[in-house]
Structures are given as structure tokens and as C-alpha cells.
Design a protein around this ligand. Structure first.
Ligand SMILES: Nc1ncnc2c1ncn2[C@@H]1O[C@H](COP(=O)(O)OP(=O)(O)OP(=O)(O)O)[C@@H](O)[C@H]1O
Ligand SMILES: [Mg+2]
Length: 289
């Protein structure tokens, strides 16, 4: 396993929250990369409740690569600790900083930081560390396209109302084409409904079910949905205190099930692309500052 990318087509279905939850509950050491350059870091003010200075992250990585290509050490120098074996590369503190990440803000220079970061993250796999990437909404200017194309599993999160699903259908089709043309195929792309069946409209319009989403979004591999659970999800999204029996909650069980599905997707993709990937020796994780 190496890189898992989470993204959305529309709205705010819970990409950042799910990325934090997956990172904290992941079965191996993990680094969460906030690569959503359309907004400011969700984790610094959310999970971390503004408890740490925002002086490391994407911007500092962008500066580091001006003198030489990014290294694993650059990455560790720009992470914060979320917990034992859980690390964070914080996103932006101002959306305008995104322009600086792609050399002078030119769209042609897009691969700049993202291509180098992809190489570094793929290298972390040899140290037994996986990367969870919050890509944010697809199609953002200067977004992390190379990371998305290189990911071993890509998850498109979605709400379950008609506007969510029409946006999803269009984006999903374009992403399939892009991964097949510019990536290594679309076999590790999956759709994750959040809050299936949530919020029946007073006029009687029902949200869509997994079965309907599978039928309606051409070629989609739809995963078991995440429940709508504001308090349990808020532990990861807003830094709420975990309630008693949080670990046994339906939300945590669903995140663990999601993690297992993603590991499975990624393993099958890696077996197809790199038949000997699973036999790489594991070396100790480098100490972080
Ligand atoms: N499974 C869930 N159940 C209930 N609430 C959730 C769930 N997932 C996320 N939320 C809540 O939904 C809101 C939006 O979540 P989040 O910021 O993670 O979405 P996002 O897709 O990253 O949005 P954006 O596109 O703005 O970055 C937050 O208040 C979060 O706590
Ligand atoms: Mg977000």
C-alpha cells in the first residue's frame, strides 16, 4: 500500500473528516497530506483545534524544493504529529498561497511540487508508512493531479441527493478517462456515499441508496456508505472529545471497514502493476522532529 487519495465532486461531503479518521485508524503508520489547495488547512483548526503553530506544511515544502528536489527529510521536517505513528503535512493557511506552489502560479508548472511529493510519498512505502491525501474538490486550480494519478486507491466521496449525484456522474466519468489515459488505470477508483438515506425531504424526495447510485453512475464501484454521525465524525473533523464507546461506534466500525476495502483495492492494483511490491523489505520509520 502507498497512497490513498480522497476527493469530492461537489459540496462538502466529508472528505477532510474522513481523511483524518482514516489516518488515525489506519492499520500502519500513516501521514495525512492536506493537498486541498482551494481552502485553508482543515486539520489545524479542526482536529488540532488551533493548538499548534502553522509553521510547517505545503508552503514550506514548496520553498524547500526551490533549491533542490524534495527529499523524505524535507517531508519529515514539515510534518506535525497527530498521534503515535500518525503525521500531518498541513495544508495552506491562506488559499492565495496555492499559487506559489506551482512555480510562479503557471498552470503548466503544475507538476512542480505535486510530482516531487508523489515520488517522496511512494518512497515512504519502503519505510512502512502509507499516505492519506485530502485532494479536496476535483478540478481546483493547481490541484494535486499527479498525486491523484499515482494513488493506489482513489475515493470519490459524495452526498446522496440528486444534485450530488449528477455532479458525481460527470466528474466520475472524466476521472475514469484521466486515470486510464494519464495514470495507471481506473481499477482502484471507488465511490463512497456519506450518510446514505440521510434527511428525507419534506416534499417526499428521498436520498439515493447505494443500489441506485451503482445503477445511476456509469461504471462506479460503490463502497459501503459511511453513516451520518455528527458527534462521532466531529471527533476527527472538529476535535470533539470522544464519547464513551466511541471505538465501538458504527462510525468507527465503518471507517475500519472502509480502510480494509481500500487496502484490498490498493493491494490488487499493486499486484497488477508491481507484482513484487509486497516483498519489499521494511526498514525502520525515520524519526520525526
Ligand atoms: N460521516 C459524517 N457524519 C456527520 N457529519 C459529518 C460526517 N463527515 C463529515 N461531517 C461533517 O460535515 C462537515 C463537512 O465536513 P468536511 O469539512 O470534512 O467536508 P469536506 O468534504 O472536506 O468539505 P470541503 O469541500 O469544504 O473541504 C463538517 O462539519 C463535518 O464534521
Ligand atoms: Mg475539506
Amino acid at each position: 500500500m502507498a497512497i490513498v487519495a480522497l476527493a469530492s465532486a461537489k459540496g462538502a461531503p466529508g472528505v477532510s473528516t474522513t481523511a483524518v479518521a482514516l489516518t488515525m485508524l489506519w492499520h500502519r503508520p500513516a501521514v495525512l497530506v492536506e493537498a486541498d489547495v482551494s481552502g485553508t488547512s482543515a486539520v489545524m483548526a479542526g482536529y488540532l483545534r488551533a493548538s499548534l503553530p502553522h509553521d510547517r506544511g505545503l508552503v514550506q515544502l514548496g520553498l524547500a524544493r526551490r533549491s533542490a528536489p524534495l527529499t523524505v527529510q524535507d517531508l519529515w521536517d514539515n510534518t506535525l504529529t497527530l498521534g503515535p505513528d500518525r503525521h500531518l503535512v498541513p495544508g495552506l493557511s491562506d488559499p492565495a498561497q496555492g499559487l506559489g506552489l506551482s512555480d510562479l502560479g503557471h498552470a503548466e508548472a503544475l507538476p512542480g511540487i505535486w510530482a516531487e511529493l508523489t515520488t517522496v510519498l511512494l518512497g515512504l512505502e519502503r519505510a512502512g508508512v502509507d499516505a492519506i491525501v485530502d485532494v479536496g474538490r476535483l478540478g481546483a486550480a493547481y490541484g494535486p493531479v499527479p498525486l491523484l494519478r499515482a494513488a493506489d486507491a482513489v475515493v470519490l466521496l459524495t452526498g446522496t441527493r440528486l444534485p450530488d449525484l449528477t455532479a458525481l456522474d460527470a466528474r466520475h466519468g472524466r476521472l475514469v478517462d484521466d486515470l486510464q489515459t494519464n495514470g495507471a488505470g481506473s481499477d482502484a477508483l471507488a465511490v463512497l456515499p456519506v450518510g446514505e438515506g440521510r434527511g428525507e425531504h419534506p416534499a417526499g424526495e428521498s436520498p439515493y441508496t447505494v443500489r441506485e447510485i451503482t445503477r445511476g453512475v456509469t461504471g462506479a464501484h460503490v463502497l459501503q456508505p459511511l453513516p451520518w454521525a455528527p458527534l462521532e465524525a466531529g471527533v476527527y473533523g472538529h476535535g470533539f472529545a470522544a464519547r464513551r464507546r466511541h471505538q465501538q461506534s458504527g462510525y468507527v466500525r465503518a471507517i475500519n471497514t472502509l480502510g480494509a476495502s481500500l487496502q484490498d483495492l490498493a493491494r490488487r492494483r499493486q499486484e497488477r502493476l508491481r507484482p513484487d511490491a509486497g516483498q519489499a523489505p521494511t526498514i525502520p520509520v525515520q524519526e520525526t522532529p
